[in-house]
Design a binder for this molecule. Structure first.
Ligand SMILES: [Zn+2]
Length: 166
């Protein structure tokens, strides 16, 4: 999971690619290489109309659990830091770093919990699903995905490719 950018490698020419991405890589696994101008497959991207959403993306419980774990680590290492500074007269830089990083991660988890609880995550997922469905209505695109080994849901086989149902 990474915010902001997705880094990859073009499967055709080997060029390193870097493009805007979302935390759960919702988007087409068929990417376009700006260098060789060819399409290549990157399975890390998730075509949500086919693969569904990552359950974490709308789970308050997931981030609540992460928050509790991170909070415990922050509290324990903070306590240790306090103890060594006050009673021993020294501290480890590593412990300071752990306290800072975990505290920031705690705040990020809280932020994500609020984001999900207020319905923003669901709204953003709906936008990704609409984009995905738009791609899935293009027969050329569906055939390409199928050729890459993706199992196309019956709905798109019927509606986009016009394959009769058995
Ligand atoms: Zn390329």
């Amino acid at each position: 999971m990474g915010f902001g950018y997705m880094e990859g490698t073009c499967g055709k020419c080997g060029e390193k690619t870097r493009e805007p991405g979302n935390a759960f890589a919702y988007g087409s696994p068929i990417r376009f290489c700006p260098k060789c101008k060819q399409e290549y497959l990157d399975r890390r991207w998730r075509e949500v109309a086919v693969q569904g959403f990552d359950p974490k993306s709308t789970s308050v419980a997931y981030y609540a659990k992460a928050f509790l774990i991170l909070f415990a680590i922050t509290a324990l290492s903070g306590g240790w830091l306090y103890y060594t500074m006050h009673f021993k007269g020294y501290y480890y830089t590593m412990v300071v770093a752990i306290v800072i990083v975990c505290a920031i991660a705690c705040v990020a988890c809280l932020g994500l919990m609020v984001w999900i609880a207020l319905g923003f995550a669901a709204k953003s997922n709906a936008k990704y699903l609409a984009e995905s469905e738009r791609r899935m209505r293009n027969p050329e695109y569906v055939k390409k995905l199928q050729a890459c080994g993706y199992v196309i849901p019956a709905k798109y086989l019927a509606e986009t490719l016009g394959t009769p149902q058995e």
